[in-house]
Design a protein around this ligand. Structure first.
Ligand code: HEM
Length: 509
């Protein structure tokens, strides 16, 4: 009896193995090259952290490769041509995000912008773009808010009087205040202690250090958790789930308080003055689409996507200026000539700052801030006709390797060097590089790009205009350790520099 059951088991295992091998052969023939994989664990035994760098070094010449996160297939675009063909030419087929069944079970609804798809995503993206545009997003209104924040930044740095300052909290507070102004109508990040706790929640999410193996495990077990209520209940009792729920409830509570405050202040007002008020008006007219839970998710997206991204780009910019003092001096000279020292920069000055713009573009390229892009779900089969004719299967995931795209030596010769001149025309005018993937492309491209570009120009110019930068003299790390050492970023969403302090020395102006 025991012998026959062993035989059945062995036969079953062999049949499964053959089935897996047959499927793999079939997929390998029509899908992009795989980085290697085993059943269940996928590519985990092959890949190394940080994944963007490992893929660049080992598969950088392949326009698209397949990585298996456990049982989940992820197509990664390493070359700009594949990235553009996928995200622009096939935007609709690739506009999905990961399943939100778990979010729905946890919080009773789905919504927001970054993680949603379908009708909710379309309506919230449209609403958000319209609303932020109405408040001068990319135009004058937002510029005033940014300038006020730049003044506050000065004040803080002047008070530090040349003592080393940790830049992460300093710059995140400044960029958070800008989103606070747009969303809540006030500078809560600096003025409301309670909001400090909420900022911590956001920071936890962007600084999530999950490794690729953790992600792979999660992606493999997610279908089980989603579809089996018993397992889902167990999962929701884990400390990690409880912490996520608590964080969300904290945020929901805060947004609801703000909403109530706005309702009280809105009596007789029919033109919204900030995002919350605009949402309240939409909520009144379209209650089936716009509700409090979705508002909280959208607000949380604006903070998560719109604060540490810009703040960390500025942190990179300062480090690259320390590493390239000649570039920093050229920016200072250009700023002194175009603006002088007596006033803050405005967007009108932009055209007279071609070199400065080229420097910011090079910061985007070198920093590759969102190194592995943001995952999209393949909604319908796609054939990449111009990139090997490879097929992308529905319900797989795809993403772009910003780091590989930005360091492609065929597009950016000597990619390791910081060379702003790559983004200048022969006549010295700025030429935005068409081959960067900093903000994504297509229908899901970054919704805050114009705001981010305004913030970066105003803050960067203000800092270079007023201060020279150097590293904390007590920091014994080399610039390579601070800017290139791969060990500082693992499976994180953002490629941000390790914590460090900067001495901002007032220039003699
Ligand atoms: C330097 C600063 C920034 C960088 C590098 C950046 C980069 C990105 C990237 C790579 C994506 C994903 C695109 C995709 O899925 O294909 C994205 C999406 C997004 N970003 Fe940004 N971003 C920045 C600033 C901002 C700001 C200031 C805001 C808010 C005001 C913002 C709001 C969003 C939102 C809401 C999405 C989701 C769009 C969607 O799924 O439809 N971002 N961003």
């Amino acid at each position: 009896m025991a012998v026959s059951s062993s035989l059945v088991l062995a036969g079953g295992a062999a049949a499964l193995g053959l089935y897996w091998y047959g499927r793999k052969r079939l997929e390998d023939a029509r899908e992009p090259p795989s980085v290697g994989r085993y059943p269940l664990v996928g590519s985990m035994r092959h890949i190394h952290e940080p994944l963007y760098l490992w893929l660049y070094e080992n598969f950088g010449s392949e326009p698209v490769v397949r990585v298996h996160f456990g049982t989940q297939c992820v197509y990664v675009f390493n070359k700009w041509s594949a990235f553009k063909e996928a995200m622009v030419d096939n935007a609709d087929q690739l506009s999905g995000r990961l399943s939100q069944k778990l979010t729905a079970r946890l919080f009773g609804d789905v919504g927001g912008i970054v993680a949603s798809d379908g009708e909710v995503w379309r309506d919230y993206r449209r609403f958000t773009l319209k609303t932020l545009r109405d408040f001068g997003f990319g135009r004058r209104g937002a510029e005033e808010i940014i300038t006020v924040e730049a003044e506050h930044l000065h004040q803080t740095l002047d008070e530090a009087a040349g003592k080393p300052v940790e830049t992460s909290v300093l710059l995140s507070t400044a960029t958070s205040n800008i989103i606070c102004q747009l969303v809540f109508g006030s500078r809560l990040a600096s003025e409301d202690e309670k909001f400090g706790e909420i900022l911590e929640v956001f920071r936890k999410i962007t600084h999530n250090e999950d490794s690729n193996s953790t992600n792979a495990m999660f992606m493999t077990i997610i279908p089980l958790i989603e579809n089996l209520p018993f397992i889902a209940d167990l999962f929701f009792k884990t400390p990690a789930s409880k912490a996520a729920i608590d964080d969300f409830l904290k945020l929901l509570g805060y947004c609801n308080e703000q909403r109530d405050k706005h309702i009280a202040e809105m009596e007789g007002v029919d033109t919204a003055r900030d995002y919350i008020e605009a949402h309240l008006l939409y909520q009144r007219d379209q209650p089936e689409m716009f509700n409090d839970t979705r508002l909280t998710m959208a607000v949380s997206d604006l903070f998560i996507a719109g604060t540490d991204t810009t703040a960390n780009t500025l942190r990179w910019a300062i480090l690259y200026m320390i590493d390239n003092p000649d570039v920093c001096e050229k920016v200072h000279e250009e700023v002194a000539k175009a603006i002088g020292n007596d006033r803050l920069p405005t967007m009108q000055d932009k055209a007279r700052l071609p070199y400065t713009q080229a420097v910011i573009e090079e910061v985007h390229r070198k920093a590759s801030l969102v190194p592995m892009g943001v995952f999209h779900r393949v909604v319908d089969e796609v054939t990449l006709a111009n990139n090997g004719g490879w097929k992308l299967q529905p319900d797989s995931i795809c993403t772009f390797n910003t780091y590989a795209i930005h360091h492609d030596p065929e597009v950016f010769p000597q990619p390791e060097k910081f060379l702003p001149e790559r983004h200048l025309k022969e006549d010295g005018q700025f030429a935005a590089s068409p081959h960067l993937s900093t903000f994504g492309l297509g229908k899901r491209a970054c919704l805050g790009e114009s705001l981010a570009r305004m913030e970066l120009l105003v803050f960067f110019v203000t800092l270079v205009q007023r201060y020279s930068f150097s590293l904390d003299p007590e920091d014994s790390r080399t610039m390579w350790q601070l800017t290139e050492d791969p060990s500082f970023s693992k499976g994180t969403v953002l490629r941000s520099p390790p914590l460090h302090k900067i001495v901002f020395k007032a220039r003699n102006i």
